[in-house]
Design a protein around this ligand. Structure first.
Ligand code: SF4
Length: 450
């Protein structure tokens, strides 16, 4: 039995792969296919492909398949294996993909000893993109980007990934094989089978580097390319098994990842998306469409303040948008959000000139005061900020921090600013309806601040 498809989708003809004649990728697919079938695990196989010439595996093998972003196959393989520990996860990556773009991910997967089987196809160039120099390009080798040949002084030495990975404690099995001479190919087939078996037996991370001919970019015949692998590449990249250990204790001690439960993921989003009931009477009525900017430090409840304003708008039967902006400085750095309220549909949540700016610290006031609409209003916490310079909008200082503290709600300066917003914005309000439409905790605290 084989998992090779009868007809090759995505190839130029149904009978022909997209690989160039003499390419080593086909050998890898064939030998992994044989190993999966011989070990009876083809139904459990998940192949993680790279970007590059090895990226169309799903066209040839009827196993589950994920095409990862460039260089990320080892990281994707890690996630798949952790979530599906019973799967046999095959990661294949070329030398541009693994040794250059995704080297960090590959290195850390090896270091963590992920229970993966990683096949690293080394043909000493970025093949799919036209034969540029890769980290593995040989010294003196002519490539699209080294027309004079790779120079040690300019480009450094070829990267020997097996030797590097052999410095790590995590891997169980590290080997380098070649699609060169008949004897080397036979050994490659044996080692590939062994690397797949290692995962079936949960022995740990297996890494096999495959020196592979690339006749198209080496500008030679398939036979010459194989000779070059056998006689030239192996001078730089010696063949052999670098590590043969058993890390099954490490794998069995590993925590199992909680299986994916769509209901757990959906629940918080459903809570967020729960529609707000429109109140009668409306908590607020607008005299005109309104845009609001709430800004301050992360942790001051700035984003919550914006959400509450949007909620009051929704409860009033208005259309509302809320868009937050915060970065890695979520705690202590700047945070801001923009809210739009209007009767007609909102075409964009982006706000350039807010009608109301609510600034809860000096940096927020400095940053957003000049952006307020000329006929707008700026509400700022006068306990911690002061207006400087010429501001055309009306500025109102609110002692929010001290008011909240006096009410025994030190964390509720944002609710003081919400009250100020309701009082100073160009709207008509119904206080009881406002309190009634807020989540219970916020409604109670707002009543205490009154
Ligand atoms: S360019 Fe090289 S690696 Fe890519 S398919 Fe052709 S021979 Fe194989």
């Amino acid at each position: 039995m084989t998992v090779f498809l009868d007809q090759y989708r995505k190839a130029q003809t149904p009978e022909q792969t997209h690989f160039c004649p003499g390419c080593g990728h086909g050998n890898l697919l064939r030998y992994v296919d044989e190993a999966l079938c011989a070990l009876g695990c083809e139904a459990r196989a998940i192949w993680v492909s790279p970007v590059g010439c090895g990226g169309l595996t799903d066209a040839y093998l009827s196993v589950s398949h994920i095409l990862s972003a460039h260089g990320r196959a080892s990281a994707v393989g890690t996630a798949v294996k952790r979530l599906h520990p019973d799967a046999v996860v095959i990661v294949s990556q070329g030398d541009g993909d693994l040794a250059s773009i995704g080297f960090l991910e590959a290195l850390h997967a090896a270091n963590r000893g992920e229970c993966l089987t990683v096949f690293f196809v080394n043909n000493a160039n970025f093949a799919m993109t036209g034969g540029q120099m890769a980290p593995t390009t040989l010294l003196g080798q002519v490539s699209a980007t080294t027309p004079g040949g790779r120079q040690f002084s300019e480009h450094g030495a070829p990267l020997k990934v097996c030797e590097l990975f052999n410095q790590l404690e995590g891997p169980a099995f590290i080997a380098r094989v070649a699609i060169g001479s008949e004897r080397q190919i036979a050994e490659a087939r044996r080692v590939i089978h062994r690397a797949v078996r290692n995962q079936v037996e949960s022995r740990g991370y297996s890494f096999v580097e495959i020196l592979s001919p690339c006749p198209s970019n080496w500008h030679c015949t398939p036979a010459e390319a194989r000779d070059r692998v056998a006689e030239v590449m192996t001078q730089t990249y010696p063949l052999g098994i670098f590590r043969d250990a058993d890390r099954s204790d490490m794998i069995s001690a590993r925590q199992r990842v909680t299986p994916y439960d769509p209901a757990r993921v959906r629940a918080p989003f459903e809570a967020l998306a729960r529609p707000v009931t429109v109140q009668d009477p409306a908590p607020v009525r607008l005299n005109r469409p309104m845009s609001v900017c709430c800004a301050g430090f992360g942790g001051q409840g700035v984003l919550t303040l914006g959400r509450l304003i949007a909620r009051i708008g929704l409860a009033s039967g208005l259309n509302a948008t809320w868009i937050p902006s915060y970065g890695p400085e979520m705690r202590g750095g700047s945070a801001n959000c923009f809210v739009r309220l209007q009767e007609s549909p909102v075409s964009t949540p982006i706000v350039d000139c807010p009608d109301v700016v609510i600034a809860m610290n000096q940096p927020a006031l400095d940053r957003f005061a000049s952006r307020a609409a000329a006929d707008g209003v700026i509400l700022y916490d006068s306990d911690v900020a002061a207006v400087t310079g010429d501001i055309s909008a009306r500025c109102v200082g609110i002692p929010a921090t001290s008011c909240a503290a006096a009410a025994g709600l030190a964390q509720a300066a944002n609710l003081v600013m919400l009250r100020a917003f309701l009082e100073h914005a160009d709207i008509t309000i119904d206080w009881d309806a406002v309190i009634g439409c807020l989540p219970e905790r916020f409604g109670a605290e707002m009543s205490r601040l009154a």
